[in-house]
Design a protein around this ligand. Structure first.
Ligand code: B12
Ligand code: SF4
Length: 467
């Protein structure tokens, strides 16, 4: 079959909008690779509702698949409605974090033929096989459809049993005018269960690793294609010390020359300083680390499983390394700690930390514990999904207004970066040298703060979404 897979070119609020261009999402590449390996013709394009028709004309697909996180779902909905109206003969499928949880609403409001719940490599290949055999209503758990008002195949979120079997993603899967960037992934899921996190909801605490040798093979492939800088996409790359030790052994044995950034965790850094150092020697230039709060009660409430002494110890270890680091900060926990006093305390804590800080506002993504709680308490303000972009406050906080909470985002950036202004030039130079952030992100943030504080413009206008 001919399959068109769409990575939406939606630009959401938050730091993502400051990135240079769009990247093709990894999930949809895996789906394309699975379709290709099952003998189908698959191509990934970056599209929106304005140019999708061109790709339909060019590739004449029998099946179109879309991917959607919450903030881009409205745009994907638009595209599905367009295909349903103009090309009803094409079978439509949508997958990703948002629709995995909101499958009923998605099927009802878009008329999409199938919603993939969970990881789709195997279920999508099975669907294509069934469609080829003219079976329009196949019995494939995780490939949900609606018939006569009833939902089928929706009993659970499907996860792959063996992620070592995931197909290889290659550049030729992507249409010539779309941008391919290397994607390295060594594991899926995360063993932790932070209350606000879509990962813990989607994977349910299940954590699976790939063989070290296979990841090294991927890196060697990319190096042979001319890439030497990577972002390892794992949610938590530094989970397993034995795996990482073997990884470093192989990088050294094979004398591989590349640099990478990854997401890590305080508890790993604090427990394994030698391994952090070794990762630095093996090419790690940047670690992004979720601290979220410097207030113990909040850490406890969001189930972060971190203490302040652990954070401070890890920060001291990082300071001695050559690796750059970015800390994530969360404004809001959805409970009684959403007060100005707690927020001020948190901002003060982050102002004293070295390194870059990326702040966001608590967003209740469907499926998460926070979403369920706020929904139960009737405190979700609206379901305008495009605002579920980690910069808007979409719920009613207990200790302040939602507007007040939103005003804390630029305030946090302003206070934190003014406090550490002396450190800024060296931080930015280091981050730019290692390409761990894009120049556009620094310029974009500075512009937005200037517009908000000096020109007194609305903060959201200053980070306006651009197409
Ligand atoms: C890397 C990353 C990014 C990168 C993307 C780089 C790239 N080109 O891949 C960047 C920085 C651009 C980014 C941006 C954002 N991200 Co992000 N990102 C991630 C991260 C860490 C990895 C994504 C990934 O590659 N996953 C691995 C793949 C294999 O999994 P997958 O995408 O879920 O796909 C599988 C299934 O869902 C399913 N599937 C998915 N699509 C389809 C389609 C079909 C047809 C089928 C059959 C199946 C299927 O099968 C796939 C294969 O198994 C995830 C966390 C995570 N683990 O997913 C967060 C995550 C996806 N991001 C998130 C968010 C919030 C954002 C932003 C909104 C943040 C912001 N405001 O700036 C933006 C949105 C960008 C956009 N326009 O869509 C949230 C989404 C939560 C939610 N429910 O919406 C996540 C889950 C992080 C989190 N902990 O909460 N992100
Ligand atoms: S926030 Fe990080 S550590 Fe917590 S569950 Fe999500 S990926 Fe894991």
């Amino acid at each position: 079959m001919t399959v068109l897979l769409v990575s939406p070119t939606a630009t959401t609020g938050g730091l993502e909008m400051m990135r240079k261009g769009h990247q093709v999402f990894q999930g949809i590449l895996y789906i394309a690779a699975a379709a290709r390996d099952a003998g189908h013709r698959a191509v990934v394009v970056q599209a929106d509702v304005n140019n999708l028709h061109r790709y339909i004309r060019r590739y004449k697909p029998e099946v179109i698949g879309f991917t959607a996180v919450t903030a881009v779902y409205p745009m994907v909905r638009e595209m599905i409605l367009y295909v349903k109206e103009k090309h009803p003969e094409i079978v439509t499928v949508v997958g990703g974090h948002h629709v995995t949880f909101m499958y009923k609403e998605t099927l009802q409001e878009t008329g999409v033929d199938f919603v993939c719940r969970g990881e789709g490599e195997e279920t999508f290949a099975a669907l294509l096989k069934a469609l080829e055999a003219k079976n329009r209503y196949p019995d494939i758990t995780g490939m949900v459809y609606m018939k006569d008002g009833k939902f089928y195949n929706d009993e659970r979120i499907v996860l792959l049993e063996d992620i070592n079997k995931i197909p290889r993603i290659t550049m030729d899967l992507v249409a010539p005018e779309s941008t391919f960037t290397p994607k390295i992934v060594s594991s899926r899921g995360c063993p932790f269960k932070c209350s606000y996190c879509s990962i813990s909801a989607f994977y349910g605490g299940v954590y699976r690793q790939r063989r070290v040798e296979d990841v090294i093979e991927d890196i060697k492939d990319y190096i042979s294609w001319g890439y030497t800088q990577f972002w390892i996409h794992d949610d938590n790359f530094t989970t397993d010390a034995a795996w990482l030790t073997r990884f470093c052994d192989l990088v050294e044995e094979e004398n591989l020359k590349f640099t990478f950034s990854c997401m890590s965790r305080i508890n790993f850094i604090e427990r394994s300083p030698e391994l952090v150092e070794r990762l630095g020697k093996c090419g790690c230039t940047m670690m992004s680390i979720g601290i979220e709060s410097g207030v113990p009660e909040v850490l406890e409430s969001i189930n972060k499983k971190l203490s302040i002494p652990q954070i401070l110890k890890a920060v001291n270890i990082l300071k001695k390394q050559g690796i750059s680091y970015t800390f994530f900060m969360l404004l809001g926990s959805g409970d009684e700690f959403d007060t100005p006093e707690i927020f001020d305390k948190n901002i003060k804590f982050f102002s004293k930390l070295p390194g870059l800080v990326l702040a966001s506002i608590l967003t209740p993504f469907p499926g998460t514990a926070v979403y369920e709680k706020l929904k139960r308490e009737n405190r979700i303000r609206h379901y305008n999904w495009e605002d579920y972009d980690i910069t808007h406050c979409v719920y009613n906080p207990l200790g302040m207004t939602y507007k007040e909470m939103e005003s804390y985002l630029p305030k946090a950036y302003m206070k934190i970066y003014l406090t550490k202004w002396r450190e800024l030039p060296s931080l930015f130079i280091k981050a730019l040298k290692t390409k761990s952030i894009e120049p556009g992100m620094i310029l974009g943030s500075a512009k937005s703060l200037f517009q908000t504080y000096i020109l007194k413009k609305d903060f959201y206008k200053s980070i306006r979404k651009t197409k």
